[in-house]
Design a protein around this ligand. Structure first.
Ligand SMILES: Cc1ncc(COP(=O)(O)O)c(C=O)c1O
Length: 416
């Protein structure tokens, strides 16, 4: 390690968090069989490191991983992930080969994506088992699909006798978020073409809640209702997906009626409850951010520090310089609002958060260069969590985790 600022990622915590979620959704009240877990590892596993986290979640029993795009899926496969990888995001028309080469499960969320995938599947699916471009036959070797033979695909597709299998995918319904997905009130027009394609097997239908973390908002119940209705419409069109899923972290915490066959936690896996919700679930934050003081300096009354010299001190003040700045993901708004931990105490961030360094006020403390600084995490009896930091600057913990900079080394505490 060369740089002082580094992130420690506790893979054991991530595995334990997955098990805690699993236990919650397997509680005795749960309708059987209990939902399984699609572990969301998009955006480099919320900044924690997709490869290491993906493998840890696979070890801990996740049924599938989910990522944002084909590129993220390829990273997971190259790391050695064997379970199914669901791609949430919109797919390009021309870059679909990664889906087939790396055995990814795409989400179909627009008619044009469905068409493009069907055409690509027709091209790729006709030569099962060939080594051309390293393609593996799509026999759904991933865990959730083991019970399904190609002869019983969701759309009733009968594979060709040559052993041809359709592309397994999930269908996204827009029940009110107005982002990706087939509109819930237009399915009779948009879905028949997909249902008729011999090249697509719709394993699952899903939706995403826009207000799961706002318990008072009426849209959650409305989306739930629309999803139920959409599932009926889909069945009426002769499409019979094996699974349904809808719940992100907030939704799974607040309403077991939306657990369905899979839940899709992201933030909870990393040990953070989506604000403003609270939970009795025992979770361990997986990421902590550490640095070391590189310089300590005295300021006289009337002097300022940092760009703009906005913090002018009115008493003799001791400043410690921490080598982490906005290039590492620290938000500039933390100046005057946030704290770090030094020698087990909270010390305020003063001056300005610069690109590579930040200054904290350590007046009255015995500190010296080399002392450990905790930016996120615990030290002594004190702790600073991403929820607290997010609240201080008016953002969400998701953003802070995803922004932990690329030049920060992630040091992994091994899991099981
Ligand atoms: C479709 C979908 N499902 C689930 C999740 C996981 O969300 P969360 O991290 O709030 O659990 C996300 C993340 O944004 C998502 O886009």
């Amino acid at each position: 390690m060369v740089r002082h600022t580094r992130a420690i990622v506790d893979l054991g915590a991530i595995e334990a968090n997955l098990r805690a979620i699993s236990a919650l959704v397997s509680s005795p009240r749960t309708p059987r069989p209990a939902p399984r877990i699609i572990a969301v590892v998009k955006a480099n596993a919320y900044g924690h490191g997709a490869s290491e986290v993906g493998l840890a979640l696979e070890r801990a029993g996740a049924a599938m991983l989910a990522c944002a795009d084909i590129e993220e899926g390829i990273v997971l496969r190259k790391a050695g992930v064997r379970i199914a990888i669901l791609v949430f995001g919109a797919l390009g028309i021309s870059d679909l080969h990664g889906v087939f080469e790396h055995d990814l499960t795409p989400t179909i969320s627009t008619p044009s994506a469905a068409r493009a995938l069907a055409m690509a599947a027709a091209r790729w699916g006709q030569t099962p088992g060939t080594k051309a471009s390293g393609v593996r036959p799509r026999t759904s070797d991933y865990t959730p699909d083991r019970g399904q033979t190609p002869a019983t695909s969701a759309t009733g597709v009968r594979p060709r006798s040559s052993g041809y299998t359709p592309l397994h995918c999930h269908l996204k319904i827009d029940t009110g978020m107005n982002r990706l997905g087939f509109r819930h009130d237009n399915l009779e027009r948009t879905l028949p073409e997909i249902a008729a394609s011999p090249h697509l097997a719709i394993d699952a239908v899903h939706t995403h809640f826009a207000t799961a973390d706002e318990p008072e908002h009426p849209a959650f119940a409305q989306q739930h209702k629309r999803f139920e209705q959409a599932c009926e419409t889909i069945a009426g069109l002769g499409i019979h997906p094996k699974w349904r899923h809808a719940a992100n972290s907030a939704a799974l915490l607040r309403d077991e009626r939306v657990w369905y066959d899979f839940v899709r936690p992201g933030l909870l896996l990393y040990g953070v409850v989506p604000p403003p919700l609270s939970s009795t679930l025992t979770l361990r934050p997986a990421l902590s951010l550490h640095s070391r003081i590189v310089h300590v300096k005295g300021m006289r009354p009337g002097e300022g520090t940092g760009y703009g010299l906005r913090t002018v001190v009115d008493r003799p003040t001791t400043i410690a310089v921490v080598p982490a700045g906005y290039a590492d993901g620290l938000d500039r708004r933390l100046a005057g609002r946030g704290c770090m931990l030094v020698r087990g105490r909270r010390v305020p961030i003063v001056g300005s958060v610069c690109m590579d360094m930040t200054t904290v006020d350590v007046t009255g403390m015995e500190v010296s260069a080399g002392d450990e600084v905790v930016i996120v995490g615990e030290q002594g009896n004190e702790s600073i969590g991403v929820r607290e930091i997010a609240a201080a600057i008016g953002t969400i913990p998701y953003e802070l985790l995803c922004r932990v900079g690329t030049r920060i080394e992630r040091v992994y505490n091994p899991g099981s």
